[in-house]
Design a protein around this ligand. Structure first.
Ligand code: ARG
Length: 457
């Protein structure tokens, strides 16, 4: 057992207590951040005349050595240490002796871990933003080739009105672009440096917190209140909340792909590289990746709920409960980033069956609203037109045909306003192309929209 405290204890820690209390098995992933923060802290201590230049150099070389030895596999991080901070300090003292004992001057593990978590989360936020951009690019590439690929738009999973593949995918482009915006705004709001908060009440040493913040890329400077500095995990909750939303979007998209990939729809075919087979049914090619993405949404929500619950009863300032901010959050960060990468890959290799989508859009009375609009344009009040087309649809269901198949004389029995131009007015192309208000699927607005998407990328 290697721990940083013990002076005031008369008995050794119980073995099970030691294991229960330790965080090394999961906080070892903060090694980079811990060492980065420590090097800047030591440099600041030296600038402020708190440690000598020789001591600072020794600390710097020692810390660099620890990092490279761990990365080279020469120095394993074992569970004999309580946490990553103890591991680094103990190894530093082994390497450089007394100078190593000065590193923790003016610092507590409370502000140290607050810094490590913030640095780590910040880089995962950046990674998520990049992965979102890559996914938006994959979506954009499909959209730009499919502004005229007609497909049914659904409400209640019932065919509603025709749209295009570009338009449908544009909805996801919007969701992921909001997600990316959230990454940027969380990053901005969280970019304060907690180091120098000490255990909770700052320190009596003349620390230069501004220097440390600056060196570590915290453009908002040091955290303005030391008690908040050590006990704030809001940024992490915000990130978990934002990635829960990312997962929710990925899950909805996955659900659609699973439906579209089914034999009943066959709108898409997922590439072999992103599908799996069955151990018993030789014919199967399953959309497991989409299903797993949908399934993993639960664990990310779980991490959010877990941290919200952990934080809700904690009095100021640091309490050990906060060590629970790590395992599930790390899992959620890994999950969302893996899901984004895999989903992008699945999407960009997927084949869209344009003929199937278009054929499906011509069935199911997706042009019924347009038929009613036709009558409105010929002077029939909308509510009456709605009733007339409703009866016409009922007739077509009986006759097992589409509105487009009904001869003009028959149409005139439903409403004398029908003329020869009705067929053109309710063709798939017209239905889509006439929808040119902002946000609609018409080719013209879609092209303006695509230009904006390109700019956003
Ligand atoms: N392992 C701890 C954590 O993750 C580090 C901070 C410990 N601080 C303390 N006062 N025990 O929160």
């Amino acid at each position: 057992m290697a721990q940083l405290w013990g002076g005031r204890f008369e008995k050794a820690t119980d073995d099970m207590v030691y294991a229960f209390n330790a965080s090394i098995n999961f906080d070892k992933r903060l090694l980079d951040e811990d060492i980065r923060g420590s090097r800047v802290h030591a440099a600041m201590l030296c600038r402020q005349g708190i440690i000598s230049e020789e001591e600072q150099k020794a600390i710097d070389v020692g810390l660099e050595g620890i990092l490279s030895d761990v990365n080279d596999g020469k120095l394993p991080i074992t569970s004999e240490y309580e946490d990553v901070h103890s591991f680094v300090e103990a190894n530093l003292i082994d390497r450089i002796g007394d100078a190593g004992k000065k590193l923790h001057t003016g610092r507590s593990r409370n502000d140290q871990v607050a810094l490590d978590m913030r640095l780590y989360t910040r880089s995962r936020i950046d990674e998520t933003a990049e992965n979102l951009t890559a996914l938006m690019e994959s979506i954009y590439n499909i959209m730009k080739d499919n502004t005229m690929t007609y497909m049914p738009g659904f409400t209640h999973l019932q065919k509603a009105q025709p749209v295009t593949l570009a338009h449908h995918l544009g909805a996801y482009f919007e969701m992921f672009s909001r997600d990316r915006e959230r990454m940027h705004s969380i990053r901005k709001r969280m970019n304060y440096c907690p180091l120098g908060s000490g255990a909770l009440a700052g320190t009596t040493y003349p620390l230069d917190r501004e220097y440390v913040a600056d060196e570590l890329g915290f453009d908002r400077g040091p955290t303005p209140n030391s008690m908040d500095g050590v006990s704030d995990r809001d940024y992490l909750i915000e990130y978990l909340s934002a990635i829960s939303m990312v997962m929710m979007h990925l899950s909805r998209f996955s659900e659609e792909i699973i439906i579209w990939n089914s034999d009943e729809y066959r709108f898409v075919e997922i590439d072999d590289a992103y599908s799996t087979g069955s151990s018993i049914m030789p014919q199967k090619k399953n959309p497991d990746i989409a299903e797993l993405v949908r399934g993993k949404t639960g664990r990310v929500y779980g991490a959010l709920m877990s941290l919200l619950t952990t934080m809700k009863g904690i009095p100021l300032a640091y309490n050990k409960d906060m060590q629970e901010d790590k395992e599930m959050a790390f899992d959620a960060m890994d999950t969302v980033n893996d899901c984004l990468v895999l989903f992008s890959g699945m999407l960009s290799t997927m084949k869209f069956n344009n003929d199937r989508m278009e054929a499906s859009a011509t069935k199911g009375f997706t042009n019924a609203t347009d038929a009613a609009d036709y009558l409105v344009n010929h002077g029939v009040p909308f509510r009456d037109a709605h009733g007339i087309i409703g009866r016409l649809v009922l007739y077509c269901i009986d006759e097992k045909c589409a509105i487009d198949d009904v001869p003009l004389e028959k149409l005139k029995e439903f409403a004398p306003q029908f003329g020869e131009d009705i067929y053109e007015a309710i063709s798939l192309k017209t239905c889509v192309d006439r929808r040119i208000t902002t946000g609609a699927p018409g080719k013209k607005v879609m092209e303006d929209y695509l230009a904006k998407c390109k700019l956003a990328l």
